[in-house]
Design a protein. Structure first.
Ligand SMILES: N[C@@H](CCC(=O)N[C@@H](CS)C(=O)NCC(=O)O)C(=O)O
Length: 227
């Protein structure tokens, strides 16, 4: 199948955009990217994004929304697959992708909450979730073993957030999950993952944290001033 004309509508910090970008990079698909300001989206964005979220993939100018729908579509229109061929193993991979979505939700809440009890609870949830993953990851380099998979594409942006958090303050999130931490570090060194964010990512993320008024942003405010 000839690859259609593809344009990814993106936002610099979005982890859901990153997973689509990682699949595009892994599968050597040529595409254009357009970054928009999510706080003031251009009027045309509402016509292509029914949920008013990124990513959107324009496929020959026709919009596709929801990151996993986009990732699965890209996987299907190209040779090879980022999923295992066995139906049960594939379904299990999808279940762990959902688990990754939950970690992302808890991570957002961790960034945003101003309730000390909730903040502590979310920190413990994150520690627990990564500890659960410690028993699920393979002994190989990637989630399933030797080969990079869709699960890896989904978790790489999660690890990018957590590496950034640890750079500001060590909350011991991976204290019970050393192998998960090593898996994350490996993913963040992969070229497809490095290329999934713009060069301004670190500054953009710091700018985002500076605008927050939350327990997390207050706890890292001194380090944010230095960086
Ligand atoms: N379930 C969606 C989530 C995408 C999402 O939450 N994107 C955020 C940016 S990271 C967004 O566009 N938010 C805009 C808003 O909520 O107004 C997906 O997987 O694509």
């Amino acid at each position: 199948m000839a690859t259609p004309d593809l344009k990814l509508i993106s936002f610099t910090l979005c982890p859901y955009v990153q997973r689509a970008m990682i699949v595009l990079n892994e599968k050597n698909i040529s595409f254009d990217v357009e970054y928009i300001d999510l706080s003031a989206p251009p009027p045309w964005f509402y016509d292509v994004s029914p949920l008013e979220k990124v990513p959107v993939l324009l496929v020959d100018e026709k919009p596709l929304f929801e990151s996993m729908v986009i990732c699965d579509y890209l996987d299907e229109i190209t040779a090879g697959s980022l999923y295992p061929s066995n139906a049960f193993a594939k379904a299990q991979n999808r279940a762990w992708i959902e688990f990754g979505n939950e970690i992302l939700n808890s991570t957002y809440d961790f960034f945003l909450t101003d309730d000390p009890k909730k903040f502590k609870h979310l920190k413990n949830i994150l520690i627990d979730r990564f500890e659960v993953l410690e028993d699920e990851i393979s002994n190989g380099d990637y989630f399933n073993g030797a080969d990079f998979s869709m699960v890896d594409a989904v978790y790489a942006p999660v690890f990018r957030y957590h590496k950034s958090i640890a750079g500001y303050k060590d909350y011991g999130i991976f204290e019970d999950a050393p192998n998960v931490k090593a898996w994350g570090d490996r993913l963040l060194e992969r070229p497809s993952v490095i290329k999934s964010v713009p060069g301004s990512y670190k500054e953009d993320l710091a700018g985002y944290f500076k605008k927050l008024d939350s327990i997390f942003s207050n706890e890292i405010s001194e380090v944010l001033k230095i960086n």
